[in-house]
Design a protein. Structure first.
Length: 172
């Protein structure tokens, strides 16, 4: 089994033209949400082997908040900046089989579209409720966790992930 965590960066400074989009940093509320999400991951006893993270300022700050609570290897990648679902999925599928749990820290709309693309049709009521929340909105600092019944990341396929958790900052 492989577990994939898709974490959207926390709330960043507004894009007002005073700083390049790539260099936008987290607002105080974003730092608080990111820290709360990281605590949620630790308290829920989730384990992450590897994090791949967009190299933009707001995503790296979000990932660093996670690393305050969890121990994981991290790889900052320029090509995940504003990546579309195909690029995110290619990065996931390229991971070595030795990695059991992977977190991608990235941006919308690509991250939300990737989560929707990978999530299977819900089977049980709780999974259906998570699926509906995911389809409603994937706000800043939201986290989708999907389990795949595969031995290798390259076998992760569309509509095959069980959406085991979907958490937004307002849920914490």
């Amino acid at each position: 089994m492989k577990r994939l965590f898709l974490l959207r960066h926390a709330k960043a400074q507004p894009a007002d033209g005073s700083v390049e989009d790539y260099d936008r940093t987290l607002m105080l509320s974003g730092m608080q949400d990111g820290a709360a999400m990281a605590r949620y991951l630790r308290k829920a006893d989730y384990r992450v082997d590897t994090i791949i993270c967009s190299a933009a300022a707001r995503t790296t700050q979000t990932a660093e908040l996670v690393l305050h609570e969890l121990t994981a290897e991290i790889d900052y990648r320029e090509n995940l900046y504003l990546a579309d679902p195909a690029r995110i999925l290619a990065a996931v599928r390229a991971m070595p089989a030795s990695v059991s749990s992977l977190m991608v820290v990235g941006h919308n709309p690509g991250l939300e579209e990737c989560a929707t693309l990978l999530a299977r049709e819900p089977v049980r009521r709780k999974e259906r409720a998570r699926h509906e929340a995911l389809e409603e909105k994937f706000p800043t600092c939201a986290l989708a966790i999907l389990d795949f019944d595969v031995g290798r990341w390259r076998d992760v396929a569309q509509n095959s992930g069980k959406l085991v958790d979907f958490v937004r900052p307002r849920d914490l």
